[in-house]
Design a protein around this ligand. Structure first.
Ligand code: ZN
Length: 304
């Protein structure tokens, strides 16, 4: 059973997630404005950052559909629910971004042979407005427990997006001041390369989740260490990680309690659950408490 404090933390995380999802719908007009700006300015770098925002919109659309489906009640034939659908949609989104960014890289490399001077002032105005929106709307920090549980497929944070916007702004200024025809194209190729890298990592992470692996941003050894360091815990084994809908993670494990501390087993379990929530953002845990003489065979820490 969760304490009032734990319920309060989880409610705060859920509220931040809802706010972030509402804000994300702003990405759609932003991506459209960048695409139109790219048409008028001839800038490939604007296409690259339009792709950055469009990928978030696609992720939002797909996850909305997946969330609706995964809200269907678990039943005796589908006891873990429809959470795997979410992984499938993440995989589809990442593959789409990988293909589109590879396409921008291809066009950029082709364009390097025939330099094209983009309209620098359109780039500077559009990107300056966008940086202002990022600072005003998206710069609210997410709670630590939420950040921890978000997996590698998550879209970049606002500060990461600034790392995409600032080079494009600098490129626009360079076009205005120096009239360099290749600057915009080189920046577009570099940014699309970064997007391609994120998308490939996302594909790897989605495949890893579908194989029931621990997410890459969760240090499984640290989870084990934190549990074993709780007073009264002697050992842990049969540790499994499960991916639940909405990128939540579940853990189940056998926890061996020392004989003198066995009367306090309930309190020890509450302590471990609190650590899992606060340190790792894991809300759903199933812990089987047992005495040292329970296991007759040798057990592995992970798996069976
Ligand atoms: Zn056991």
């Amino acid at each position: 059973m969760k304490s009032d404090k734990q319920i309060e933390v989880l409610a705060g995380v859920a509220s931040c997630q809802r706010q972030a999802r509402r804000n994300k719908w702003l990405y759609l007009p932003i991506a459209l404005a960048l695409s139109v700006g790219s048409l008028f300015s001839g800038s490939l770098a604007l296409i690259a950052i339009a792709l950055l925002y469009a990928s978030d919109v696609v992720e939002l659309l797909l996850s909305s559909v997946a969330t609706r489906l995964t809200q269907r009640q678990e039943e005796d034939r589908v006891v873990l629910g429809y959470g795997r659908l979410e992984i499938a949609t993440e995989l589809a989104g990442c593959v789409a971004v990988a293909l589109l960014s590879a396409s921008v890289i291809y066009h950029g490399v082709m364009r390097l042979n025939s330099p094209h001077l983009a309209q620098g002032w359109i780039i500077v105005v559009l990107v300056s407005v966008l940086i202002g929106i990022e600072l005003l709307v998206f710069s609210k920090p997410a709670p630590t427990s939420w950040r921890r549980r978000k997996i590698g497929t998550s879209p970049p944070l606002w500060s990461d997006r600034l790392a995409f916007l600032l080079p494009v702004l600098a490129g626009g200024v360079a076009i205005l001041l120096l009239g360099s025809g290749r600057t915009d194209t080189i920046i577009a190729v570099l940014l699309s390369g970064a997007l391609l890298w994120f998308a490939l990592r996302g594909i790897g992470e989605a495949l890893r989740s579908s194989l029931l692996g621990a997410p890459s941003n969760l240090d499984a050894a640290d989870v084990v260490q934190q549990i074993i360091s709780v007073e009264g815990v002697q050992d842990i084994h049969h540790l499994h990680f499960w991916r639940l809908p909405e990128q939540r993670l579940a853990i189940d494990a056998h926890v061996v309690v020392t004989v003198p501390n066995w009367p306090k087993a309930e309190a020890i379990r509450d302590h471990i659950e609190a650590i899992l929530i606060h340190k790792f953002g894991v809300e759903h845990s199933t812990l089987e408490m047992e005495t040292p003489d329970r296991e007759l065979d040798s057990c592995h820490v992970y798996g069976t």
